[in-house]
Design a binder for this molecule. Sequence first.
Ligand code: ZN
Length: 358
Amino acid sequence: MVSDPAIVAAGEWHPPGSSRSQEARLVARDGKLVVLATQGGVPLAEAAPARLAISARVGSIPRRITFPDGSVFETRDNAGIDACLVAQGRRGAGVVHWLEQFRLRLAVIVLVAFVLGGAVYRWGVPALVEVAIWVTPPAVPQLMAKTTMETLDVTAFSPTALAGSRRREIEAGFARIAARSSRGAAAYTLNFCDGGLIGPNAFALPDGTLVVTDQLVEMAGTDTELIVAVLAHEIGHVELEHSLRQLYRAAGMAGLIMLIAGDIGVGVEDILAQGGGLLALSHSRSAEREADRRSVELMAAAGYDPAAIARFFALLEDRLGDRGGATILSTHPDTPERRKAVLDHARRVSEARGTAGP
Ligand SMILES: [Zn+2]
């Protein structure tokens, strides 16, 4: 021996074409890599590093070093092999090791995708909803209102049984608040009808068609101001485009893109085809709160009690207590909290108006 062999790695050696193995170690000697049997130190294979096929590093999978004679030295000592390769001027880690880091990259990519997806949902859909509302021609809400009213007239409503004088009182109050609304009195039509199974309710369609049922008027007794406050709330829903917004949000990302990019009429027709689809939508809590605040503001502007809608909530709570649930509550939940929020907002609005009062 010319020089002390430097041990590169310990492992196993497989003879050519054999699965048999024997303990061995790889050493560097005289510019060659040599496999020596652990017991006895008999040389089993040797070759210049350049003639060896060295498998790439993949996690802790054993490295295979194939000699020109077909024999294989196998070791888990990655560090030893890499150090030897670096010493030989060959890259240690290799592409597969880089690929193994791919798992980390994949995790990062998935995370980024989630964050982007969340961002699209959080900001993209609301932005598209705004665009959709902006490009919606007036004919669409009109068509929606028409089909909804047709459905209701067939399925639920009968002509109003209210006295003409009572209707005129409510209409006069309604005209006062509608005149203060951002769209003006001409944008709204008030309809009375017997609500049948729908019971005491009031709702607005996106074209400004408002409906109040005889049952709600009866429930209010002589409190016309309360009815006007409820109608002001409905005007709030129309002004803030709550129904369209809700409908468009339900259409989702794909639906919205279709609506905006394509024929808006066709997309909406699908929803309209179900007739009364609008009524199945309940407004979100935040939409209800917004409409409540609008009621307070419109009522104050028209010289009414700004908090009049709070009396409606009190009435609902009484009914709920008495009868264990009224249909109107399912479309108008959280009454106690809303009543409190209305009173708070009414106080602020009154203060802002210099507590002049009606
Ligand atoms: Zn509402």
